[in-house]
Design a binder for this molecule. Structure first.
Ligand SMILES: [Fe+2]
Ligand SMILES: [Fe+2]
Length: 205
């Protein structure tokens, strides 16, 4: 009898536990979807603001560098960035979301770093090397933003939007890889231009 009672109690507990979990997950599903939607919209606005800041910053970078390949990379990425802004605008229109949110402070800071390098370094390979590092920080920020946007769009069932954002994500990854390639030549050049004393010191450290 005791065993039967225990068995009955256990199974009842299991059932009620399952019902509770089912209810909990339904509630979570609703509120979770709402808050994910909000996170997605705010991230879209943040990224839109970041891209718009970049359309102003990229021409300054192209002007400041010495290496031709790097200059071309900045000019081409400016054209891509303008398209990325348009893609985001289409997404805002389609989802009926306001374009303007808070300014992207992270991008403001990253762009300021580049502007400081432009002011403080002499024209040449070392300046180019420093600007590539600053620009790769920007690309990594964008990769994180678009990677998250693609994931969120997927979860929210916005398949077409996810595809559009994925295209931009690939462009950001390619831009980052191209900067890594160019950095190899630019860093060699900067090292070659360093004085013998600097090279010796670098060799020791
Ligand atoms: Fe971008
Ligand atoms: Fe970018």
């Amino acid at each position: 009898m005791a065993t039967k009672t225990t068995g009955y109690t256990e199974s009842t507990e299991k059932i009620s536990d399952n019902v509770y979990r089912a209810k909990e997950s339904t509630n979570k599903g609703k509120s979770g979807k709402e808050s994910l939607k909000k996170i997605f919209e705010e991230l879209l606005q943040d990224t839109y603001n970041a891209e718009k800041q970049l359309t102003k910053a990229l021409p300054e970078l192209a002007k400041a560098v010495d290496n031709d390949e790097l200059q071309e990379a900045y000019e081409n990425h400016l054209k891509e960035t303008e398209k990325q802004v348009q893609r985001l605008e289409k997404i805002f229109d389609r989802l009926k979301i306001q374009k303007e949110g808070k300014p992207c402070k992270a991008m403001e800071g990253l762009i300021k770093e580049s502007q400081e390098i432009i002011k403080e370094h002499e024209h040449g390979a070392s300046k180019d090397a420093a600007l590539i590092i600053a620009s790769q920080k920007v690309e990594h920020y964008e990769i994180a933003a678009y990677g998250s946007l693609v994931e969120l769009a997927d979860v929210l069932g916005l398949d077409n939007v996810a595809d559009v954002l994925e295209r931009t994500l690939e462009e950001e990854k390619n831009a980052d890889e191209l900067l890594s390639d160019i950095a190899q030549d630019v860093n060699d050049e900067a090292y070659g231009q360093a004085s013998e004393v600097e090279q010796y010191a670098n060799g020791i450290s």
